[in-house]
Ligand binder design. Structure first.
Ligand SMILES: Cc1cc2nc3c(=O)[nH]c(=O)nc-3n(C[C@H](O)[C@H](O)[C@H](O)COP(=O)(O)O)c2cc1C
Length: 171
């Protein structure tokens, strides 16, 4: 897809992130996880989406075994209950495919299956990943987001996954 075609969807996606979107990893287990942080841009001459997943998430296990992921963006004001469910319940304990009310949308361009009820889906192929280096992070943000009471004793830093956007489309 042309960059311009993909970036047409970015303003809507970036705005919706303040309410949440769904991340799904490739593979047989379909487990939508609510995300609030992501980056859209160009790296290595490719349109990319970077997502951030803490190692304590069930989604982390899925991402580590996946070559692709998708980011599904709800239409404005929609799916708030589902965003709450997928942002508080873990695939370690519940089957989100059966219990979230969300339906799987088959990938069209080699990415991961997305969420059918969403307005836009970005299908992505993982190009690179790296664990956030807390020693180089702004001290205030480190204290706020990676201080005491995290699921892992080291602050549970996020793994960053840079995904090439294979396709972005309205559902
Ligand atoms: C609005 C919102 C945004 C969130 N954003 C992220 C995120 O970007 N990265 C992350 O690792 N967890 C994020 N979370 C937390 C996960 O969605 C939550 O821990 C979820 O239950 C993990 O599901 P899983 O264990 O099935 O992967 C967010 C939660 C909410 C409610």
């Amino acid at each position: 897809m042309e960059l311009q075609e993909i970036f047409r969807f970015v303003p809507q996606a970036a705005e919706q992130l303040t309410h949440g979107a769904f991340l799904t990893a490739g593979g047989p287990v379909w487990n939508p996880m609510t995300i609030g942080w992501a980056q859209f841009g160009v790296v290595w001459g490719k349109p990319v989406v970077t997502v951030m997943v803490r190692r304590s998430r069930f989604t982390f296990r899925l991402m580590e075994n996946a070559a692709v992921f998708s980011v599904s963006v709800p239409r404005s004001g929609e799916l708030n209950q589902e965003l709450g469910f997928c942002g508080s319940r873990s695939g370690k304990n519940v089957n989100k495919e059966l219990e979230s009310g969300l339906k799987r949308a088959a990938a069209r361009s080699g990415g991961a299956d997305g969420v059918m009820q969403c307005g836009v889906i970005f299908e992505c192929r993982i190009l690179q990943k790296q664990l956030l280096d807390l020693d180089t992070l702004d001290a205030g943000l480190r204290a706020r987001y990676y201080g005491a009471n995290q699921a892992l004793a080291d602050g549970d830093p996020h793994m960053l996954y840079v995904g090439e956007v294979l396709a972005a489309y309205e559902c």
